[in-house]
Unconditional design. Structure first.
Length: 334
């Protein structure tokens, strides 16, 4: 891949969140970053994809430092891209994200006061943040995402992927093949799943705590999680009742879909505009927010359970080949 630093393309630092403390979820009692797929830990594929991206400078990893450095010895020393730095994790997701982000600022140490950056250009520094449980993520999808962001217009942008893109990865009962079929957010414009790429200036987010709360209860598979997240939404300073309105519509659409009542899903999703939800999320987080769609699928194929992990292990070669074919097709269409 072309090096953005040599070709004049915009480049950014990347932050991989590989922590296994509060708010994290294990699979087979293991940190998802260290789950083995085709003989390599999941996080190794993320590092490789970042190194091959034409928009990535340096890579910062936050997690159990000793284990990561031991398991990733070959990957950390491999040629390509900028430097790779492993940082010892903090106590939870938000602390890992914030402190990891701060370490992308040249000269930052654990003793540096973050408030010292508020009146400097670093307040607007943008980074790419990723999780570690998507071994099928490719440099092509990273580039597609970063070429779709608007760094000057928005402080925080999140990746999404449609059900049309992800249909290829569904289970196939006729061929007795495992697959992954996640729940979607249903909008008037289509059905989308959040993928695991985030881009932004973390110091510009005034209400960072809500990201952690939404992440903690993100699965919404049990009523206690749904109710707890509803209460957290009502505690927000602005937009709380409108947020709860959209949250209720999302839950209704997911319920109707789970029961095969697709006409009802289509009826209610007409009331949910993607742009309205983006604007509301921006109000809640205290920032300018936007989504960016990618069309490969690897970034949305995360490992949240043993079933999904086994599906990725079984189909890894086929799904990776499919994404290569997609890229070749896109290149020919240019």
């Amino acid at each position: 891949m072309a090096d953005g630093r040599k070709t004049g393309l915009p480049t950014y630092d990347a932050l991989i969140l590989a922590g296994d403390k509060k708010g994290s979820r294990t699979v087979y009692d293991e940190n998802k970053a260290l789950l083995t797929v085709k003989g390599r830990p999941s996080i190794a594929y993320i590092i490789e994809a970042l190194k091959n991206s034409r928009h990535i400078r340096d890579i910062f990893i936050v997690g159990p430092k000793d284990r990561l450095e031991r398991v990733l010895a070959d990957d950390l020393s491999a040629a390509g891209g900028g430097k790779v730095v492993v940082l010892e994790q903090w106590d939870n997701l938000i602390e890992n994200a914030l402190n990891g982000y701060l370490f992308t600022i040249p000269g930052h140490t654990r003793d540096t006061d973050p408030d010292g950056y508020l009146d400097t250009p670093f307040i607007d520094k943008k980074v790419l943040a990723l999780s570690t449980d998507m071994p099928l993520l490719t440099s092509h999808e990273i580039d597609e995402f970063l070429e779709g962001v608007e760094p000057d217009a928005y402080d925080y942008q999140a990746g999404i992927t449609s059900d049309v893109t992800l249909h290829h990865y569904y289970p196939d009962r006729r061929k007795k093949k495992k697959g992954i079929r996640h729940a979607y957010f249903h909008f008037r414009e289509g059905n989308f799943r959040q993928n695991n790429m985030h881009f932004g200036a973390l110091l510009q987010l005034r209400n960072k705590i809500y990201i952690e709360k939404m992440y903690e209860y993100r699965h919404q598979r049990e009523w206690k999680d749904i109710i707890t997240l509803s209460v957290e939404i009502l505690r927000t300073e602005k937009g709380s009742y409108k947020a709860l309105y959209y949250f209720a519509l999302f839950q209704m659409c997911m319920f109707f879909t789970s029961k095969g009542l697709y006409p009802l899903t289509n009826l209610f999703r007409r009331f949910i505009r993607l742009s309205d939800v983006e604007r509301l999320i921006g109000i809640i987080l205290g920032t300018r927010f936007k989504t960016v769609e990618t069309h490969y699928g690897g970034g949305a194929l995360d490992i949240d359970s043993e079933v999904e992990f086994e599906a990725i292990r079984e189909n890894f070669d086929d799904w990776a080949a499919y994404q290569r074919e997609l890229h070749e097709k896109k290149e020919k269409e240019k």
